[in-house]
Design a protein around this ligand. Sequence first.
Ligand code: PRE
Length: 273
Amino acid sequence: MVVRSLKQLLRAKTRIMDFTKPETVLDLQNIRDELIKMEDSIIFKFIERSHFPTCPSVYRKNDPKLPIPNFDGSFLDWALLQMEIAHSQLRRFESPDETPFFPDKIRKPILPSINYPQVLASYAPLVNYNGKIKQVYEHEIVPLISKCDADQPENYGSVATRDIDALQSLSRRIHFGKFVAEAKFRNDEELYTSLIRKKDVNGIVKHITNAAVEEKILERLTKKAEVYGVDPTSSSGERRITPEYLVKIYKEYVIPLTKEVEVDYLMRRLDEQ
Ligand SMILES: O=C(O)C(=O)C[C@]1(C(=O)O)C=C[C@@H](O)C=C1
């Protein structure tokens, strides 16, 4: 009897989001646990980027230092597009938690489809904030997380690969707002239906906001940045990612953009029924 209940306890504790099981995907606690795990990947990706200077040429459209034949865009745009073309063929964007930066240019997978059960509304892929995420990343986040303000041609490739990793993690985190929104909608359909009918954006923002959860996120990030952001082997204790910058990035960009995704998703939610 004791053994059985212990097993049950373990099972309950190890419940995680599984995209083939809709009931695990729309459990708000599972979603929040996943968001917590994503904090670690985002911090580590920022740390990887922080070893390099800003390298503005990487983000400049058609920069003469980085000529790319038959391409209209920045070096990062080009690199990200090549990566998405490869990843699309590996089935990356079939997963409902992945949102491409170039939805019109990706390819069909080489691998057979998984046919995930549909948990989000059918328009979910159209809720795509990647343009805005890239804008914010290049203009606001890179200057905060780079080692210094400088161009370093020998590291353009390394910078672009670090940027792609960071952008993909940020995109996944921010677009998780769709799962949060769907879970909240199903938990209180009456309330959200009435707010959506009235097009009451402020009311929706008020109801999706949980100040206590946000405060906890910022507290946890401060602690994580203190631990991960310092190289324990470095005698000078030099900081790589400071708690101050990490909190600023979450408070000013990551959480507000997640909420924007939630609101956008919810505002269209009644068209689906
Ligand atoms: O956890 C939630 O309820 C969310 O809506 C996600 C999130 C976030 O971005 O982490 C956004 C808004 C809430 O105020 C709290 C947290």
